[in-house]
Design a protein around this ligand. Structure first.
Ligand SMILES: Cc1cc2nc3c(=O)[nH]c(=O)nc-3n(C[C@H](O)[C@H](O)[C@H](O)COP(=O)(O)O)c2cc1C
Length: 197
């Protein structure tokens, strides 16, 4: 098995004035700097999913809505995921939860990590995401990047307005650990699937 893991950076906020692009572009750059993965940015704005309106999860029957099917095909192209996680009322955004619900088989037995941002670095949202991931038969990395507290305030356009590069020294060690773990799990799950096939 020689193929590099294909990793999607999935932006979980879709609102027009979102901050998400800053952490998304930053983690994309860190991931693209590695030679052991192929990385692609996936924006939920490009997948205008309805609120889940299928008869059942696609575990049980094929989805009908063409956008849901297209989304499943997108998710299915990757071996692992980096979720860009905003914290809305202590959880993930509704758009990310809906996108997670709109596939099932395509998430199974694949790893994910996260970059969260907010007052507490979206720690609560990332923990919710991990619980959802268990039900989707995914594996979470132990490490995740959290942009919180003074770092978040320093770079948010409503407050400090600084470029993210000014605080990146605080993020780089966990980003490396999180990406190392993601690659380990991606290779492990890919090898296990190949052995099973
Ligand atoms: C509906 C809503 C709920 C929020 N709840 C939280 C929260 O629970 N914890 C937190 O740290 N920030 C919270 N925030 C602030 C967000 O961290 C901040 O607005 C961030 O920019 C949101 O990400 P986005 O701009 O990419 O959508 C909330 C923001 C919104 C719009």
């Amino acid at each position: 098995m020689n193929s590099k893991p294909r990793i999607a950076v999935i932006i979980g906020s879709t609102r027009p004035t979102r901050f998400a692009d800053v952490p998304a572009q930053w983690i994309l750059k860190q991931a693209q700097a590695r030679e052991d993965i192929d990385v692609e940015l996936i924006d939920l704005r490009d997948h205008p999913l309805p609120f889940f309106d299928e008869i059942a999860s696609n575990l049980w029957m094929p989805s009908q809505n063409p956008e849901a099917v297209r989304w499943q095909q997108t998710v299915g192209r990757f071996d692992g995921y980096i979720f860009v996680v905003a914290e809305y009322n202590h959880s993930i955004t509704a758009s990310l939860k809906n996108a997670l619900d709109q596939a099932y088989k395509e998430w199974n037995r694949k790893p994910f990590t996260a970059i969260g941002y907010g007052g507490t670095g979206a720690t609560r949202a990332v923990e919710h995401l991990r619980g959802i991931g268990v039900e989707l038969q995914m594996v979470s990395t132990h490490a995740a990047v959290h942009i919180g507290g003074g770092d978040f305030m320093a770079i948010h356009p409503a407050f400090g307005k600084k470029p993210i590069i000014e605080i990146e020294a605080n993020l780089l060690p966990t980003a490396k650990t999180a990406l190392d773990e993601l690659v380990w799990w991606a290779k492990a799950t890919m090898a296990a699937k190949a052995a099973e096939a």
